[in-house]
Design a protein around this ligand. Structure first.
Ligand code: B12
Ligand code: SF4
Ligand code: SF4
Length: 335
């Protein structure tokens, strides 16, 4: 049974979707073990009350009966960013997680929330009495597991949810429903990592444990560059930004053969919009020291106005400056 037409899916940017009526995550024990051994630190929002809610979607929302889970791909932006890193003479050596440039350069939390609400309204027209809640990153739901039990992919050794046809460069967004509108869920996807360990081998901070398919959060460049905003944050011993990532990190996805496969199948020539060009010009196309000086001279308010509605609002001026200073020190450009 198809709920949506291919035109609708294309308009929403959905490359695949699935269903589950299972409230309890399939891999819950792994999550609990991970938090109990403290591997989530410093991400305190994964413990306490929000950990309790993650034990079952029913704890988060007691009317839950099923979920429709969507994959919103940004693979083409990953390709465009690589083109800049490989070919652009004006590139300053800095790198940004490609999701920041996806979704028209807007913070996906805003843009995909609108799309999920559109999808929710459409479903409501067809199912009388239907109610929904959306879950998109910040909600206390194990979203990779929700996608896993909807048959959309498997957990890679880098802990990413990987889809056989679309790789891992996608955002997971879901509608939790008070009805079970789809009785035939897909089969759970098998593991397709095999003997490969490319992600763990490539991670500059050795944050990946390929045995448990989890990462040590404090050692992940993404944690340090996106989640820790304070100027005086002490970098963990293994933190290594020398490969240029100043906001997020894509290394363990870039090297994954399942993403390289999508690279070979899709050739996209992306035309950047004004918002995306603004981000590129500011962060990636001016000298690193000039960028540092500009960030130092800017007020928090000025930064917020310049990057309103983008992913960079999250870390703010201070967070980016902290990352850039560490990178410049590690490259011996700054003492
Ligand atoms: C906290 C968090 C982070 C933390 C911790 C990441 C982590 N790996 O746990 C940090 C800040 C480091 C982070 C980074 C990134 N994140 Co993040 N993050 C989250 C968040 C909010 C919670 C994740 C969580 O619960 N982690 C706890 C771990 C234990 O759970 P898990 O990651 O689901 O891992 C499962 C598997 O490891 C499995 N498992 C464990 N052992 C074993 C063993 C076997 C044999 C098997 C089969 C399974 C298995 O069980 C675990 C529990 O379900 C989710 C959104 C959400 N609400 O779920 C987004 C989310 C996971 N992040 C996302 C993204 C895009 C990223 C980045 C790519 C951003 C970037 N470019 O910098 C990086 C990727 C880093 C990486 N390799 O994971 C996407 C991932 C999409 C996808 N394709 O998987 C999510 C789902 C957001 C979204 N809505 O799309 N993130
Ligand atoms: S996102 Fe970067 S630092 Fe984090 S686990 Fe992957 S390669 Fe390592
Ligand atoms: S790089 Fe290899 S081991 Fe890592 S997630 Fe991809 S296929 Fe699995």
């Amino acid at each position: 049974m198809k709920l949506f037409s291919s035109e609708q899916l294309a308009e929403w940017g959905v490359v695949d979707y699935g269903f589950t009526s299972q409230a309890v995550p399939e891999t819950l024990d792994h999550y609990n073990e991970w938090v109990e051994k403290g591997a989530h630190k410093p991400l305190d929002y994964l413990e306490g009350e929000r950990r309790e809610k993650r034990q079952s979607v029913k704890v988060h929302w007691d009317e839950f009966h099923s979920a429709v889970v969507f994959l919103f791909s940004y693979h083409s932006l990953h390709q465009s960013m690589h083109q800049i890193y490989a070919e652009n003479e004006n590139w300053n050596g800095l790198k940004l997680a490609s999701y920041t440039m996806g979704f028209d350069g807007e913070d996906y939390h805003h843009l995909l929330k609108q799309r999920l609400n559109e999808i929710g309204s459409f479903l409501k027209q067809n199912y009388p009495g239907l109610d929904y809640k959306l879950t998109l990153d910040t909600h206390p739901v194990l979203e990779r597991d929700l996608a896993f039990r909807s048959g959309l992919g498997w957990f890679g050794k880098n802990s990413m949810m990987i889809n056989r046809h679309h790789g891992s460069f996608f955002i997971i967004g879901s509608l939790l429903l008070n009805q079970n509108i789809h009785p035939e869920p897909r089969k759970i996807e098998a593991d397709h990592c095999g003997q490969c360990t490319a992600c763990a081998d490539a991670c500059p901070t050795q944050a990946i444990d390929p045995e448990t398919r989890t990462i040590t959060a404090k050692d992940c460049i993404s944690t340090f560059t996106i989640e820790q905003f304070k100027l005086d944050t002490v970098p963990p011993e293994k933190m290594d930004l020398t490969s240029g990532w100043i906001f997020g990190c894509d290394i363990c996805q870039d090297v994954c053969p399942w993403n390289k496969r999508v690279d070979r199948q899709q050739r996209s020539a992306h035309v950047f919009n004004d918002k995306q060009n603004g981000i590129l010009e500011f962060f990636l196309k001016q000298d690193k020291l000039v960028l540092k000086e500009k960030l130092e001279a800017m007020s928090e308010g000025e930064f917020k106005r310049k990057f309103a509605g983008t992913s960079f609002e999250r870390s703010g001026r201070r967070g980016l400056l902290k990352n850039l200073r560490l990178l410049l020190k590690q490259l011996n450009i700054l003492s």
